[in-house]
Design a protein. Structure first.
Length: 546
């Protein structure tokens, strides 16, 4: 290989030492990790599969073809710089935002990201200085990558070194390829490759930058042309019940365990003059990725493909949130489970985005999610629903719960004094200790799951019978089935949906759409979850409902 004379004339030991140091440095840059929530990654003791394969390819090329020239190494250094940058963005966006990178969407929110890195106090001149620093850092990274490849080249081109390098490279390729065979994890010492994410971004950008291609890929939006007069100005509370699937209805043991909780919920509703109708819907996701279910209902667009979800957020498609807002509702996203910035949430058009930091919870944290669902509901009521209906705009509120999220424990005790939950003494130290003492098991998660779902029934019944504003329309939708260790192998993707109201005429319109009275909807599912949006729009429109 064409190299500078100094490197070529160096003693063999020095050449090998320089090559090893260059490989270690490149490997460190290509295996960065970020635990968040900050912008600064750290090094890990893992191996870059892609770097190993490039070294193997260069070794074989040197054996079969002419040596690479300076231009080839300059191009290789540029590609390495792109690869390192891609690695950094991949791990950092996941750490900061809790989901994969979307260059199209995230590029529109660079300011928020830089502001986050500055602790929320960034100024425009600081951003400009930061941009210059980033450009300088990329130039430095390129020089470092070029120097590393030029140090590796003499060793890779040596005939005596080729058999050993080839053997190690082929062995690593075989180990990587055998991953999963017999249930074995043969990639434990590898860092996740960057190439799949770059491929995904190219595909995503190609669709997002073409309006025609995006429109052709996404399913049509329902008609948002009607009104909401059919709701008679009722507040609307849309609850996405985490991991609430039809396994709670169809699995005999689970159904029996939850039967007392359902009975108490039904009794609480009946005693308060409320009725409930229910159905089944087919979720776009299973055991996780709740945001796919949220988007399906809030837009009426099929989101079973995560790529479609990402494309959707880059469009100007109408949403239920905007629809209610356009008809005089105050719209609120109540997400205590959201621990990280959510810039793409602006797509939906909420008046208020309430996350963990802004809901005002002052009680003791409980588990990873910190805020039990009942306490979240108490704070939501106090801040958005407690004021007399005549003196405020109606509310459209979206509340994804978190207590029934895997691993399902700890589960907070039910507190009869709802006012207490809005203060610092929401739970006593003994109550917290007792909740934390419940065993968490990934091998047998069903008991914790049933406890969490039973808790959901309990606080929901307590709120609707004791605290809810008059006329409230409550829609409870399971976002997806629980993980397979609870729902069973080959379980359906169906979830229950309950509509609760004192307005008999309104519930009759849901019954006409296929809903059944009570809390036990029989199969089959009415259809895909995103199709429910059109049903809700039609029912909410007084003219269409007549």
């Amino acid at each position: 290989m064409k190299m500078n004379d100094t490197a070529d004339r160096a003693p063999p030991a020095a050449r090998w030492l320089a090559a090893v140091a260059a490989f270690v440095l490149l490997n460190a840059l290509l295996t960065l990790e970020n635990d968040g929530p900050f912008l600064w990654p750290h090094f890990v003791l893992r191996l870059s599969f892609e770097l190993c394969m490039v070294v193997l390819a260069l070794t074989l090329w040197a054996a079969w073809r002419r040596p690479l020239g300076a231009r080839a190494f300059a191009l290789l250094a540029a590609l390495t710089t792109i690869w390192v940058l891609s690695r950094y963005l991949d791990v950092t966006v996941s750490a900061v935002f809790g989901r994969p990178i979307n260059l199209y969407w995230d590029g529109r929110h660079v300011w928020e990201v830089l502001n986050l890195g500055a602790g929320g106090t960034a100024r425009w001149w600081q951003v400009g200085a930061g941009a210059i620093a980033i450009a300088a850092l990329l130039a430095l990274l390129y020089r470092v990558a070029l120097a590393c490849w030029l140090r590796l080249a003499p060793v890779l081109g040596r005939r005596a070194a080729r058999p050993a390098i080839t053997a190690v490279g082929v062995a690593l390729l075989a180990v990587f390829a055998l991953h999963g065979t017999g249930g074995r994890n043969t990639r434990w010492f590898f860092s996740m490759p960057v190439a799949p994410e770059i491929t995904r971004q190219v595909k995503l950008l190609a669709n997002q930058l073409s309006v025609e291609r995006t429109a052709a890929r996404l399913s049509p939006s329902p008609a948002f042309t009607g009104g909401v007069a059919g709701l008679r100005g009722a507040d609307v509370l849309l609850v996405f019940a985490e991991s609430y699937g039809v396994t709670t209805l169809d699995n005999p043991r689970q159904a029996a365990a939850l039967a007392p909780h359902r009975a108490r919920l039904a009794q609480a509703l009946a005693a308060s003059g409320l009725e409930v109708v229910s159905a089944r819907l087919r979720s776009p996701t299973f055991a996780g990725a709740s945001w796919l279910a949220h988007a399906a209902v809030l837009t009426g667009v099929d989101t079973h493909d995560p790529l479609d979800h990402d494309l959707l957020l880059a469009t100007q498609r109408p949403t239920l949130v905007q629809h209610f807002r356009n008809h005089g509702y105050r719209t609120v996203s109540w997400m205590p489970g959201l621990h990280k910035p959510w810039p793409e949430g602006r797509f939906y058009g909420f008046d208020r985005y309430a996350d963990l930091q802004s809901i005002g919870y002052a009680g003791p944290p409980l588990g990873y999610w910190r805020v039990p669902d009942q306490a979240s509901m108490a704070l939501l009521h106090a801040q958005e629903l407690a004021a007399p209906r005549a003196g405020r705009a109606p509310r459209f509120i979206v509340f994804p719960t978190v207590t029934s999220h895997a691993p399902f424990r700890p589960v907070a005790p039910y507190v009869s004094d709802w006012e207490r939950l809005t203060g610092p003494d929401a739970y006593s130290a003994a109550q917290i200790a007792q909740a934390l003492d419940e065993p968490v098991s990934w091998q047998d998660p069903a008991p914790g799951y049933l406890q969490a779902i039973g808790y959901t029934h309990q606080w929901l019944g307590g709120y609707l019978s004791q605290r809810a504003p008059v006329g409230l329309l409550t829609i409870v939708i399971g976002d997806h089935q629980p993980l397979a260790s609870v729902s069973g192998a080959g379980a359906s993707w169906d979830v229950p949906v309950h509509v609760i109201s004192a307005d008999r005429a309104l519930l009759d319109r849901f019954t006409a759409a296929g809903f059944q009275p009570g809390l036990l909807p029989p199969p089959p599912a009415l259809g895909d979850m995103h199709a429910f949006t059109a049903t809700l729009l039609r029912i909410a429109d007084a003219a269409a409902a007549q």
